[in-house]
Design a protein around this ligand. Sequence first.
Ligand code: HAM
Length: 432
Amino acid sequence: MPRSKKEKINKQSLHALRGMRDILPDEWEYWDYFIKKAETLAKNYGYRFLETPVLEDTSLFVRGTGVDTDIVEKEMYSFMTKGGDNVSLRPEGTPGIVRAYIENGMNVWPHPVKVYYSGPMFRYERPQAGRYRQFHHFGFEAIGEESPILDVQIIQLTWKILESIGLKGLSIQINSIGCAVCRKAYRKLLVDYYEAERNKLCQDCRRRLVRNPLRLLDCKEEKCMRLAALAPQTIDHLCQECHDHFKSVLEYLDELELPYTLNPRLVRGLDYYTRTVFEIWSQGEENFRGSLAGGGRYDDLVEILGGSSTPAIGSAIGIERVIEELKVQEIRPSVSPQPKVFLIQLGELARKKSLKLFSELIEAGIQAAESFSKHSIKSQLKLADKLGAKIALILGQKEALDETIIIRDMKSGMQEIVNFKKVIKELKKRIK
Ligand code: HAM
């Protein structure tokens, strides 16, 4: 490459990829706040952390998420490795968790196996508010239990997490999409209904009608929504078992006084769901700002991915959306604690001694801050003041030679010289 062209390229500013973003320290306060609450509740409900790789064999998602879903059809980040393997960045967590369940012989663990996870997901979607190409899930999966009580417990846990961070105005949208048995007959009914209205459908829905007719129910195009409102509803065509299961789910929800809305158009965009599906929305349907969380039962997925038939259910919270909602509702996370002590150093010898003293302060459990890059006492005192430190420790050249240090009360300005070796003991007396 000619030198001038190379230089030009090197000077171009670099940006994060479209739909991907940095999480800066101020924003991390929100993440930290959410994740800590979510983890505590997940653990209290008996879920244990399970980490799976971000990169998996593409076929896992083709078989798991489903070949006819938007995610697999057009949103995956897939590529060939140097070794010739076709791999994809995970677009969601559930197939990886189920693969791990099968691969690690968790079928012999006490059931249900309850795990939670948290990490980045990747979907090549059109970025817009609340929709990113790299986003993060906090999810749970409970594998090996068919009882409707677990459906409700998962919904309750998801709800509680969102409630515990202070969010208001949430609603649970719920539906049952039946099982492989009842869905066959329902699917036919649905296709017959839509075939008669084919020319009123959007381009995407005409295509979906052949491969994935259930998805027509949640198309966001105005004309398709009008047709969906009059379409046959899944809950009117459930087999007896699915009907009884859903009835129990609703009864348990009533028992817990969780506010839910029956939403016949909720089908979810992933192929593996059976029976209960749900989402948690930030507002009612009129002011819909996007789902904060979604999940459902997937009783066939373990078998689809090569395990023995095992019922399961799960849910995932979209962390970015939750944080945006916290901001909309003006809920501020409690900020990180202010340092109690600020260590000021002046001169080379003092700086050297300060480095060791600072780590001793931290080891002693004292919240401390420093600014080793600053040299003047004025600028360091200013920073101590800005951070709200109660005490400043001042170590100058003289003190460093005398084996002493100054303790300054930031509020009164009173100063006291103490023995360097006794400083931690002296501090502990002052900051209880
Ligand atoms: P999902 O509905 O695709 O479900 O994603 C769950 C949540 O992730 C959504 O409710 C939304 O808050 C967030 N989300 C989805 N796409 C994006 C995006 N592009 N940008 C930002 N946030 C997004 C699942 O993925 C299932 N695995 C959930 C599950 C677990 N079902 C059973 N177990």
